[in-house]
Design a protein around this ligand. Structure first.
Ligand code: TYD
Ligand code: MG
Length: 447
């Protein structure tokens, strides 16, 4: 009999302790520790089980590029780094109802590989109905309604499909573990089992992982280090835009995003997202500006809205949607100190349209301009784009890929672009007017 012992694992940070506590000693979250039984073989038995291992020199290894199968959905290929790699394990996570099952079904159909769709959430009939609604060809897809990991893996090994989809990892369970499906130990061990299958058989496996209330995939640390690629599907419930982002990718860049629109017949790719994000932009209203951020190799133009209103509270409210909250406070402080604007009696709400998240410093100038425009009630001309990073001294700092951003603005019909004077502008030959600025004040004077 192997000896067993209990360890307690935190579902928030993945930390292991030997004693249960109400609060995780590492991350401080309450009620997140759950028990897991581990086998503990005595040392002599472990020594007997030691296997021979072999190491390699780099020149002995085959450096052929991994073979990829393009999915045929360009936006998805971009995020995956060119397509599906053999033997890779991909985790696709997001809020429930965001469209994970939809995109995977569309992908399976468009890839055309022999696919095993393991469904723990929907019955095969429901899946069929969904496929009919999407109008996709499903002749290459077989559905397996099974949640026992051992049976699923056995099925994969015997049927040898060319692609496996597990929807979702939270419904899978191993009966040798005592905890419930969806718990950290179950998710971790099930994912590990799928990883072994993927590596042994060279079959790519896509796993769906739901995000829990705290905003992380159940057992986040537990799965993310194991898989080759973590894709995150995000978007507002109220809007039809969906953004697919790679958080980790062993086979490609993590900067790329894919943009989709949810329609009645499934997800449609949006190959020109800027046009979509600018749709319906209000004119002659204060607090509105446009920004151009680089998402990987692609410039994306979006609208930033700021509403600055008299605050009824002693401490004014700051709300930020799509932009880092502390960066918003930082920009407000810079505007107060360097431009003499007073925000201390006003609430400030910031919103980026289309569910886009601006996490690039080049968006600073545009956000600052929207805030200033909201406070002072001046209008930023609709044909003007603002690009630049704002420093604490109120200076506008140089940004990367300026040329690409300007040409995107040009393409979308903008006529003026406020840019950092510190960027090398002499090399650029744009068809639109460039307004080089050194400081925030300078930028507001020239608007
Ligand atoms: P789904 O892929 O089931 O989400 P997940 O697997 O991430 O939980 O998508 C469900 C939502 O998508 C649902 O609210 C309805 C919407 N939807 C459409 O609008 N059009 C469609 O063609 C499909 C299949 C779903
Ligand atoms: Mg689903």
């Amino acid at each position: 009999m192997p000896k067993t012992k209990s360890v307690y694992i935190c579902s928030s940070c993945g930390n292991e302790t030997s004693k249960w506590a109400g609060r995780c000693p590492t991350c401080g979250e309450w009620n997140t520790l759950s028990e897991q039984i581990v086998n503990q073989n005595p040392p002599e038995r472990r020594a007997a089980a030691v296997k021979q291992s072999q190491s390699y020199g780099f020149d002995e290894l085959d450096s052929a590029v991994e073979s990829r199968s393009a999915t045929g959905i360009e936006e998805l290929d971009r995020v995956l780094g060119g397509g599906v790699v053999k033997g890779s394990l991909v985790l696709i996570s997001g809020d429930p109802g965001i469209g994970k099952s939809t995109i995977l079904l569309q992908m399976c159909s468009s890839l055309g590989l022999n696919t095993l769709y393991v469904s723990g959430e929907e019955s095969p009939r429901q899946l069929k109905l969904r496929a009919e609604r999407l109008g996709v060809n499903t002749s290459n897809i077989r559905v397996l309604a099974q949640t026992d990991v051992a049976s699923v893996c056995e099925h994969i090994r015997s049927c040898k499909p060319e692609l496996v989809v597990v929807d979702s990892i939270q419904t899978m369970y191993r009966d040798d573990l005592s905890s419930a499906p969806g718990s950290v130990p179950q998710v971790r061990e099930s994912a590990a089992e799928f990883m072994r299958v993927a590596k042994d058989t060279e079959i790519p496996v896509f796993m769906v992982g739901h995000v829990n209330k705290e905003g992380s995939v159940a057992g986040p640390k537990v799965m993310e280090h194991m898989v080759d690629c973590v894709l995150y599907f995000e978007g507002e419930r109220t809007s039809d835009f969906r953004i697919l982002r790679a958080i980790k990718n062993r086979f490609g860049s993590t900067n790329e995003i894919g943009v989709f629109e949810m329609t009645r017949t499934g997800l449609r790719q949006v190959s020109d997202p800027s046009l979509l994000f600018l749709q319906g932009k209000p004119e002659n209203v204060s607090g509105i500006s446009t920004v151009c951020v680089m998402e990987g190799s692609r410039p994306i133009v979006a609208e930033v809205q700021a509403l600055v209103a008299q605050s009824p509270f002693p401490v004014p409210r700051r709300v930020s949607n799509g932009f880092d909250y502390s960066r918003l406070n930082l920009l407000i402080a810079v505007l107060e100190k360097r431009c003499g604007m007073v925000f201390s009696t006003s609430d400030a709400y910031l919103n980026v349209i289309g569910g886009l998240r601006l996490d690039e410093p080049a968006a600073d100038l545009s956000v600052a301009a929207a805030l200033a425009s909201g406070l002072k009630d001046f209008i930023i001309p609709a044909d003007t784009m603002l690009i630049g990073e704002v420093g604490l001294a109120g200076e506008i700092r140089a940004v990367t890929s300026l040329e690409r951003r300007i040409s995107e603005a040009e393409k979308l019909g903008f006529r003026r672009c406020v840019v950092p004077a510190r960027n090398k502008l002499s090399a650029l030959k744009p068809a639109i007017e460039l307004v080089p600025v050194y400081t925030l004040k300078d930028a507001f004077n020239k608007l």
